[in-house]
Design a protein around this ligand. Structure first.
Ligand code: ADP
Ligand code: MG
Length: 278
């Protein structure tokens, strides 16, 4: 059984006066446990709506979403699904619920009604996992954006999720903060947590197992980064390819041999060297 299953899922926002906006249209796909999926698409293509459907914040207008076989539409599953699927949002300031960092991270487990020692254990583990142990008793003020996102991730980890969705979580960070968050995402993925990373960064996309591209509420492309970057739909989906990929595409026209879409600097240099040595 796949961890996440969507069957013919549509979602409409009600705009009042009988009007509605169909943000997602008939999506069917599955995600397996342990996948690292990047979700790309222009603004308004439906990425955040999909994220909110996956953790049961929204219920499909049509179709069904199953998380470990549990339908998000059934109210009796809501609590379990919120625990299983954690979300890290764009603005770290909006995710803090307490001033002292350990209280902030303990908020979720406290709401689960866990025993004190279990909560302390989870806070310890979560802080360690994001490399913020020494910040335990400090306040959330004066932290950098990257540190705040790490605390937000720790808060999600304290719920012991199976899936973490990052909704443009690196978009407000400087390059160092971005790298830190992506390093943590990859580490958590290597420990078995499924990652869904919503981003505009093609560099982040290049590092994932699978890239799903939404366009106007539908899946336009679904494949590994090489397949997606070489798709003819790249422009139509508003994707700006990484510099190495775009450059190699132009060089292929001039007779350079790159084999397939280039996703890293190493592959780019390899393709140039191979052609020049012929
Ligand atoms: P993305 O995250 O890819 O930018 P969204 O999922 O936020 O896209 O939005 C998808 C579509 O739904 C857009 O057309 C957007 O304007 C619309 N939308 C999003 N949130 C709401 C809302 N609360 N009410 C009405 N329409 C919305
Ligand atoms: Mg969004």
């Amino acid at each position: 059984m796949s961890q996440i299953v969507l069957k013919g899922v549509s979602y409409s926002y009600s705009l009042g006066e009988g009007r509605s906006l169909k943000a997602l249209k008939n999506l069917s796909f599955s995600i397996e446990k342990g996948e690292f999926v990047t979700l790309l698409g222009m603004n308004g293509s439906g990425k955040s709506t999909l994220a909110k459907l996956l953790n049961g914040l929204f219920i499909p207008s049509e179709g069904e979403i199953l998380i470990d076989g549990l339908s998000t539409a059934s109210e009796k599953n809501t609590f379990e699904i919120r625990k299983k699927v954690g979300m890290v949002f764009q603005n770290p300031d909006n995710q803090m619920v307490a001033t002292i960092i350990e209280d902030d991270i303990a908020f979720g487990p406290e709401n689960l009604g866990l025993k004190r020692e279990e909560i302390v254990k989870r806070v310890d583990e979560a802080l360690k996992s994001v490399g913020m142990e020494e910040f335990r008793e400090r306040t959330t003020q004066k932290l950098s954006g990257g540190q705040k996102q790490r605390i937000a991730i720790a808060g999600v980890l304290a719920m012991r999720p199976d899936v973490i969705i990052f909704d443009e979580s690196t978009s407000m960070l400087d390059p160092k903060g971005r790298d830190e968050i992506m390093d943590i995402a990859r580490k958590l993925n290597s420990e078995g947590i499924t990652i869904i990373n919503i981003t505009h960064s093609m560099e982040e996309a290049a590092l994932s197992d699978r890239v799903i591209v939404l366009r106007k509420g539908r899946i336009a492309i679904d494949g590994n980064p090489k397949e997606v970057f070489s798709s003819e739909l790249v422009d139509a989906c508003g994707l700006v390819l990484p510099l190495v990929t775009a450059s190699s595409k132009n060089l292929i026209k001039s007779g350079y041999d790159f084999g397939c879409a280039v996703t890293s600097e190493d592959e780019f240099v390899e393709g140039i060297c191979k052609t020049l040595s012929k």
